[in-house]
Design a protein around this ligand. Structure first.
Ligand SMILES: C[S@@+](CC[C@H](N)C(=O)[O-])C[C@H]1O[C@@H](n2cnc3c(N)ncnc32)[C@H](O)[C@@H]1O
Length: 341
């Protein structure tokens, strides 16, 4: 685990935290202008970038200076070019592209939601009265889910690879809070006999249908519009997957979800949990700790947890934990467990 236990001593380190949001917004603004994609074909002058973005020279120049100072762009006498990280991850349509995730989910939804963090901490209000509140709007659900798909594909493939042997021979997978269905798609592609159901809120499963059909899996992935906490789940599942669901719901709802997972699994069925995870001391990793914190702006009853604490919670619901380990370095963990036989 990538524990962050260093405490700060320098004022400039405090400044980096305090001003960090300005850099975040510079990145999101550049993504909205599609600057990195425009620079994919080669170096461009400020004038050329003004012409294609229609932003006034003085304002665009200031943004270009900021992006260069942040290390996203490189500047020389012939103009601006993408730096290596921007070229690899921020160009729209690149195989490893991550820009749409940053632009849509982080820039358009989480960034504004965080202005509600103080009210969330005080318990006097939340950004959208839970994530489900935000996702009840078809437009917001599409923005969130398209972004999540871009953000989850890599993790989905990595998880499918890791749990492959445990899923071999399984017939039915229930992907609860499955979002775009990225994990169901990756698992169905790897296991030709597997059929999946993506359970998520109505506006989200609409979007999942698009990704399922584009992957050629319409006959093997069903969509179920439901509230994971309040509505019944289909029974006799061989595998239940909870990816980024437990961090998004309230503390008491975690127990409701785990009990439903146990009850809908066939005896000895496989539960797979993939979520943000703190190290065992809770001192980091930084990215995981901050991801848990942003949920407080949405839902006052969310909690943060380590993989070890989650494993204990699974045992409390009768599961036998098989394995746990980091999936996205410094951010998430994956746990697998068997339901009681
Ligand atoms: C961060 S997204 C993760 C999506 C997907 N599992 C993935 O890993 O790519 C969390 C998902 O949980 C869903 N969700 C949150 N609360 C839910 C609830 N009460 N019922 C059903 N889905 C819910 C959201 O709609 C969203 O699609």
């Amino acid at each position: 685990m990538h524990a962050t236990t260093t405490t700060l001593t320098e004022r400039r380190e405090l400044s980096a935290i305090a001003y960090g949001f300005i850099g975040s917004k510079a990145l999101f603004a550049a993504l909205e202008l599609d600057l990195f994609t425009r620079l994919d074909s080669g170096r461009a002058t400020t004038e050329q970038l003004c012409a294609c973005t229609s932003v006034a020279r003085n304002r665009l120049q200031t943004l270009l200076h900021a992006l260069t100072a942040l290390g996203l762009l490189d500047h020389d006498g012939a103009g601006y070019a993408n730096g290596p990280a921007a070229a690899r991850w921020l160009v729209r349509g690149a195989p490893s592209g991550f820009g749409e995730y940053f632009r849509l989910q982080i820039g358009r939804q989480i960034y504004p939601a965080l202005t509600h963090l103080d009210a969330g901490l005080a318990g006097t209000g939340a950004a959208f009265d839970t994530l489900a509140g935000l996702l009840s709007s078809p437009e917001e659900a599409a923005t969130f889910t398209d972004a999540q798909h871009a953000g989850s594909l890599g993790a989905a493939r990595a998880l499918a690879e890791r749990i492959g042997p445990a899923v071999d021979g399984a017939g039915r997978l229930l992907d609860v809070g499955g979002g775009s269905g990225a994990f169901s798609i990756a698992l169905c592609e790897r296991h030709p006999a597997l059929r999946a159901t993506v359970l998520d809120l109505p506006a989200v499963v609409e979007v999942a249908g698009r990704y399922r059909d584009a992957a050629g899996l319409s006959a093997r992935i069903d969509l179920l519009a439901a509230d994971a906490v309040r509505d019944p789940w289909p029974a006799d599942q061989d595998v239940v997957l909870l990816s980024y669901l437990l961090s998004a719901v309230g503390d008491a709802e975690i127990d409701v979800v785990l009990a439903k997972a146990r009850d809908c699994l066939a005896p000895g069925g496989l539960l797979v949990v993939h979520d943000f995870a703190l190290d065992d001391h809770g001192a980091g990793p930084t990215a995981a700790a901050l991801w848990f914190l942003q949920y407080v702006a949405y839902h006052p009853d969310t909690v943060s947890f380590s993989a070890g604490a989650l494993a204990e919670r699974l045992r409390g619901h009768g599961f036998t934990v098989l394995a746990r380990g980091e999936l996205i370095p410094g951010i998430t963990a994956a746990l697998s467990a068997r339901s009681p036989s």
